[in-house]
Design a protein around this ligand. Structure first.
Ligand code: THU
Length: 139
C-alpha cells in the first residue's frame, strides 16, 4: 500500500517530538530513573521544553509537562497548539492526572503527542485525555 504523503502537520509533530527527546536527556531522575521530556508549541510556532526534575522529598518532584507549561507561561506565552511527551516506557506514556488538569487549564484543548524511544506514537486531544473536566466554568 502506498504511504500517505507527509503533511505540514506531520512535520510540526515530528519537530516537537524531536525537541521533547532532546529535553528528556536533561531529566533529573536519580530516584525513579524514569526520564521524561516534553515540548510545548505555541500557536505562533515557538517551542518551549521541559524535563522531569526529581527531589529527595519525592512529592516535590516536577513532571516534564508541568515544567514546560510553567516555563512558557512565565515567559508570557499563553496560546498553545500541541505538546509532545517522550518517555523511556514500554509504549507511549500519557501525562499523569495532575498534569492533565494543568494542561487543560493553561493550554486548553491542545493535541498531546506521546511517544516512547522506539517512536511508537499515540496522539490524543486534551479533551479526550480529560473528559468532563473541572475548570473555571465549574466555579
Ligand atoms: N513523570 C513525568 O515527568 N511526566 C508524567 O506524565 C508522568 C511522570 C515523571 C515524574 C517522576 O520524576 C517520574 O516520571 C516517575 O514518576
Amino acid at each position: 500500500m502506498k504511504r500517505a504523503p507527509r503533511t505540514p502537520a506531520d512535520e510540526r509533530r515530528d519537530e516537537l517530538l524531536a525537541a521533547a527527546r532532546v529535553a528528556r536527556r536533561r531529566a533529573l531522575a536519580p530516584y525513579s530513573h524514569f526520564k521524561v521530556g516534553a515540548a510545548l508549541r505555541t500557536r505562533s510556532g515557538a517551542i518551549v521544553t521541559g524535563c522531569n526534575v526529581e527531589n529527595a522529598s519525592y512529592g516535590l518532584t516536577l513532571c516534564a509537562e508541568r515544567v514546560a507549561v510553567f516555563k512558557a507561561v512565565s515567559e508570557g506565552l499563553r496560546r498553545f497548539e500541541a505538546i509532545a511527551v517522550v518517555a523511556g516506557a514500554r509504549g507511549p506514556a500519557a501525562p499523569c492526572g495532575p498534569c492533565r488538569q494543568i494542561l487543560w487549564e493553561l493550554c486548553g484543548d491542545v493535541l498531546v503527542h506521546m511517544s516512547d524511544l522506539r517512536g511508537r506514537l499515540i496522539t490524543r486531544a486534551m479533551s479526550e485525555l480529560l473528559p468532563l473536566p473541572f475548570d473555571r466554568r465549574s466555579l
